[in-house]
Design a protein around this ligand. Structure first.
Ligand code: ANZ
Ligand code: ZN
Length: 827
């Protein structure tokens, strides 16, 4: 051991050593296996502290599990395809592949310098054709299972960029990029039937007991299961029955008109001659109007037009007008609603605009007045009025009774709807996975799509002239690459064109965790043997922003892989950790905008990796936001110095290990084992900040100790330093490895065993309490040294020789821990 702690030379030495001896590689037939995974990064410019915290949590857990003798799969890869890289390419006129490769290289270097224990032999990149080949394979397999299909979907279309844009890119009805008008347009696209799994995705949430409740809640809301009733309304003089979905069947008697969406399939069949012109105009306006596709349309101004059709109320036989209404969403429920203005605000606003009847049928159960006549819907549950034989029931009772009635009378049925939509995966982009489909006019005149044969996968992205192809406007870039687009039909061998759109990059990340199991397999994405060996992921760590889409897609994909026989598991992730944000020194989110970004490499240069790792883990519980503080990094650096000095000062005592049967210094040994016990529980509950705090206390205790230089003392200090090295190894692996080479007979990693504490040493001895009454000693009692005032009082309650002095009123109790209790008694 050197006298001086010098992380800048020590850390790279260890990193090289680990790499050379392939310290983290795992064998596929280990008996005890674990899988720790962090969400793989999108390799953008530089790594930031948020990344560091994410990977570090995983690294600490993986290293701790390894110390317990578990073989831990801990891989890393790159979510390399996607929009940001393509946009950057458009800007710099440079191929996205080039920049991505550079970014990956620099990310990887930083990760190595941070001492993360990855199995680089399993590295994957989604931009690698050997990876996205399997996206294409899954696409075709899912299509065979009818889980992938072609549909027409409303998309936001920018009239100026001539491209589809995401909801998030629509600002006030305009394109975020060019400010052009955005319209809603129907476009064919490929979609995945994730909604077939909605019920299971919801049900299985109950099994995920090691997931943050916040995430479970978000997934539940996202899936949005809603129970209600379908009512069928016959339309007069037509064959059409309009089915509506309602969550409030108790309000059925207040229904005064029906609302249907502007693209409802039955419009043509019900519109009367007289109303045709105005409905046509309305439909045209609606589909070319500034608007976004969102489910909740409560805030938009209510617009609509009468179709002239008359529907028959299924319970009362009343004649109700049918209106096209802009607040009715086409792809929710049935795209038609029974409007109850008195009890739904959207229906109310619409009724007021177009002077439609408003009929109250629910009154508040406390008989309070409502504001219905002032245009405020009464939306709460209550008691039914003017509702035929259901009058007088509560909303809850009526909901059940009416649902039964509906079924018996055959005028509808109980209904379950989900908010979750199928997953549209077509993107008009270059930097994504090509969709393995060709279109042939001969064999497939309706252009439903012909699958590329499996043996022709992967369909590779063609090389391109960046400036010509990546313009950010117009048709999908691949449609401009004729060498890619023109191909032969796999069926008739005649001319055919390829699908020019690429897949949503959420496909790439929906199953990447499975490819790590078998990254070099050329025949399958992975084998079921490997899946049985490594699944499920024991701990998955990532930002809370991925609570819904990514994590739902992963769960969905796992269910499909299960059905395909690739794995016996249905759920991919046992424990989920969502880490908090690393804020800048000013408490604001680190961002170029605030100029408060702290770069990992700068800090490593000054303080070393171990200090950065210690600070990030020490700054707070891992699911809470933390604030960057240079002073605290320095504090951690000083702590590591103290640890080093302690080890250095006692280095000669190590020879004590060769002496036979030396006793221990009980005080030191107790302190050490108490620390070890608490640290062990803290590791189990992932409370890393308290682990560091406890180790700091032990180092302080050992440093402050007056030395007696006995064999017992040496023996216990050596043990303490050995155990400190083990406890801190997952967090600060370099310094502890170096200490361990002096203090442990074997290298720490090779120990494969996290030390176990000796239970007797962790319970405190008993102490004697003096019992005083009004300052006079009346006796004593023995109690555990951590006994509280209440504990002592309870013990005294059973001592009649004392209690007789306590008659009267105790006006004050003086309690000195581990020493005495004094009662001030007024007779
Ligand atoms: C009658 C009614 C009366 C309703 C009442 C509510 C209150 P959530 O809870 O968000 O799922 N609805 C159904 N399909 C719709 C669509 N395609 N577009 C817009 N609105 C639609 O919403 C369920 C309620 O939203 C349904 O219950 C329906 O209005 C409306 F006092 O039916 B309700
Ligand atoms: Zn053909």
């Amino acid at each position: 051991m050197n006298e001086h702690y010098n992380p800048q030379t020590l850390e790279p030495t260890w990193q090289t050593r680990w790499e050379e001896r392939q310290a983290y590689e795992v064998s596929d037939d280990a008996s005890s296996t674990g899988y720790v995974l962090e969400m793989f990064p999108y390799p953008s410019g530089a790594m930031h502290m948020g990344h560091v915290r994410n990977y570090l949590i995983g690294d600490v857990i993986a290293r701790y599990m390894r110390l317990q003798g578990t073989e831990v799969l801990h891989p890393m890869g790159w979510d390399a395809l996607g929009l940001p890289a393509e946009n950057a390419a458009i800007k710099d006129k440079q191929h996205p592949e080039k920049r991505t490769a550079e970014n990956i290289k620099s990310f990887k270097n930083e990760m190595k310098r941070l001492g993360f224990s990855y199995q680089w032999s399993r590295e994957i990149s989604t931009a690698d054709p050997n990876y996205y080949k399997w996206n294409q394979w899954f696409f075709l397999k899912m299509r065979e299972r009818d889980l992938v299909y072609r549909r027409k979907a409303s998309v936001n279309w920018c009239n100026d960029c001539h491209t589809v844009i995401a909801n998030e890119q629509v600002v006030d009805g305009c394109c975020e990029r060019c400010n052009g008008t955005v319209i809603v347009r129907q476009m064919p696209e490929w979609a995945i039937r994730i909604t077939n799994y909605a019920e299971r995705l919801l049900e299985n949430l109950d099994q995920l007991i090691h997931w943050p409740t916040e995430v479970i809640k978000k997934q539940r809301n996202w899936i949005g299961k809603n129970e209600g009733v379908f009512f069928d309304f016959k339309v007069m003089n037509t064959d059409v029955t309009l089915r509506v979905f309602t969550t409030r069947p108790d309000t059925i008697f207040g229904c005064s008109y029906l609302g249907i969406s502007a693209d409802h399939p039955d419009i043509a069949a019900i519109v009367t001659e007289k109303h045709k012109q105005q409905t046509d105009r309305f439909i045209k306006d609606q589909t070319t109007q500034k608007t976004t596709r969102q489910h909740d349309r409560s805030d938009i101004p209510k617009e609509g037009v009468n179709t002239g059709a008359i529907a028959i109320h299924p319970m009362t036989g009343e004649k109700l007008p049918v209106w096209l209404a802009n607040f009715v969403v086409s792809d929710y429920g049935t795209g038609a609603v029974m409007s109850v203005p008195a009890h739904d605000q959207r229906d109310m606003d619409f009724a007021q605009t177009y002077d439609l009847p408003i009929k109250a049928v629910i009154k508040p159960s406390d008989n309070q007045d409502t504001d219905i006549h002032n245009g405020v819907a009464f939306i709460d549950e209550g008691i039914l009025v003017d509702s035929d034989s259901f009058t007088g029931l509560t909303s809850k009772q009526a909901t059940i009774a009416i649902a039964q009635h509906v079924q018996k009378q055959n005028i509808g049925e109980p209904a379950v709807t989900f908010r979750q939509r199928d997953w549209g995966i077509s993107r008009q982009r270059y930097w994504g996975t090509p969709i393995p489909i060709v279109y042939c006019d001969q064999c497939d005149p309706n252009h439903e799509g012909i699958a590329v044969p499996y043996e022709d996968l992967p369909v590779k992205l063609p090389d391109i002239d960046v400036e010509q192809v990546l313009t950010g406007r117009g048709e999908p870039p691949l449609a401009k690459v004729s060498s890619f687009l023109n191909t032969t039909c796999p069926l008739c061998k005649g001319p055919a064109t390829r699908e020019a759109e690429t897949m949503d990059t959420f496909v790439d990340s929906a199953w990447y965790f499975a490819r790590y199991l078998d990254p070099h397999n050329n025949d399958l994405p992975f084998t079921s043997d490997k899946a049985n060996q490594w699944f499920p992921i024991d701990v998955y760590i990532g930002g809370p922003e991925h609570s819904t889409m990514h994590l739902l897609y992963c769960r969905f994909w796992m269910m499909v892989m299960n059905e395909m026989g690739l794995t016996t598991h249905q759920e991919p992730i046992k424990t989920l950790i969502t880490q908090g944000i690393v804020n800048g020194p000013d408490g604001r989110k680190m961002s170029k905008r605030w100029g408060n970004v702290v770069s990992p490499s700068d800090i490593i240069k000054d303080y070393g990796t171990d200090a950065v790792r210690t600070f990030v883990m020490f700054a707070g519980p891992m699911d809470k936001d933390i604030k960057w503080s240079n002073e605290q990094v320095e504090g951690c650096h000083r702590f590591l110095h103290r640890l080093w000095r302690l080890a250095y000062n006692h280095r000669d005592s190590v020879s004590i290990l060769s002496k036979q049967s030396v006793d221990h210094d009980l005080e030191i040994q107790r302190e050490t084992h108490k620390t070890l016990k608490r640290v062990t529980t803290d590791f189990e509950r992932h409370s890393f900040n308290t682990i560091i705090a406890r180790c700091m206390e032990l180092v302080n205790f050992l440093t402050a100790r007056k030395l007696t230089h006995t064999d017992q003392e040496k023996n216990s200090i050596v043990e303490a330093i050995q155990l400190l090295a083990a406890m801190l190894f997952p967090i600060a692996p370099h310094i502890t490895s170096e200490i361990a080479t002096t203090y442990c007979s074997e290298h720490l990693l090779d120990l494969g065993k996290f030390p176990t504490y000796i239970q007797e040493l962790t319970v405190d001895k008993h102490v004697n309490y003096t019992i005083q009454i009004n300052g006079k000693r009346r006796g004593q009692v023995t109690a555990a040294s951590d006994a509280t005032e209440e504990d002592i009082k309870t013990l005294i309650n059973d001592m009649s020789q004392i209690t007789r002095y306590l008659e009267g009123t105790i006006i004050k109790t003086i309690f000195v821990p581990k020493k005495l209790i004094n009662f001030v008694v007024k007779p």
